[in-house]
Design a protein around this ligand. Structure first.
Ligand SMILES: [Zn+2]
Length: 237
């Protein structure tokens, strides 16, 4: 089983790790700092270092409880040998800020509009897409929601990672979608992202430590996808 350091410390940029399995240009590692794609957050990019040679990481794959790094070429290191993993921090930090921004918007929807109706989201390097199911949501109302989210950012709420047992998680509203509920049922330890005083939910992504780090959310685009379904694109500055 690979130890996934990004689940506990999103700010970790590098680590030493051992190769536990090698298959051509793909290596399984005992310790991992690279985020694999999931929950709308893209995989990290970066490199692996072995004896001063750099191997760019093309993609990161989950294989059960293991993490496989897909390198651009076969590494000279063998199984059991140590390598260094280094993530592309600028890109990761952009993902962290956008991911926290989405949770803030979700928290604002819960708090002021009595409904968390985010049905999907996708983070890109420079923006994020948020799908909301909310009848009567107009561009003007979306702007109002974003303004409230910006006010939360300025209030400087702490963002905490917590690990709860099934029993501790049972009475909290930690998942809002059916697939999320089904996933939670299969887990014994549930990872929570808490925006202090605003929002708490089950999550596997990487986040900033304080809402202030998000900066300022701009509503870049609003799309009407039907009576219920609306799509927002946000950018940060
Ligand atoms: Zn999330």
């Amino acid at each position: 089983m690979t130890e996934k350091l990004y689940l506990k410390d999103s700010y970790l940029r590098e680590t030493n790790a051992k190769i536990t399995n090698k298959n051509g240009s793909e290596i399984t590692v005992d310790t991992d700092v690279f985020y694999p794609e999931g929950g709308g957050q893209p995989a990290d990019s970066g490199k692996v270092l072995y004896k001063e040679t750099e191997y760019p990481v093309k993609d990161i794959k989950k294989d059960g409880e293991n993490i496989i790094l897909m390198l651009d070429k076969e590494i000279a290191a063998n199984e059991g040998e140590e390598i260094k993993e280094i993530i592309d921090w600028e890109k990761r930090y952009a993902h962290m800020k956008l991911h926290t921004a989405i949770h803030i918007i979700d928290g604002v929807l819960e708090k002021y509009y009595n409904s968390s109706l985010i049905t999907g989201n996708q983070i890109y390097d420079d923006r994020a897409r948020i799908d909301i199911s909310m009848e009567g949501l107009t561009k003007e109302l979306a702007s109002e929601i974003i303004e409230k989210a910006n006010a939360v950012i300025l209030e400087g709420h702490e963002v905490n990672v917590k690990f709860l047992t099934k029993e501790e998680a049972a009475n909290k509203n930690l998942v809002r979608t059916q697939p999320g509920k089904e996933l939670m049922d299969t887990l014994s330890i549930i990872r929570i992202i808490e925006i202090s005083g605003l929002d708490e939910q089950m999550d596997g992504g990487t986040h900033v430590k304080n809402t202030k780090e998000v900066g300022h959310i701009n509503l870049e685009r609003f799309e009407n996808k039907g009576k219920q379904n609306k799509r927002l694109y946000i950018q940060l500055n």
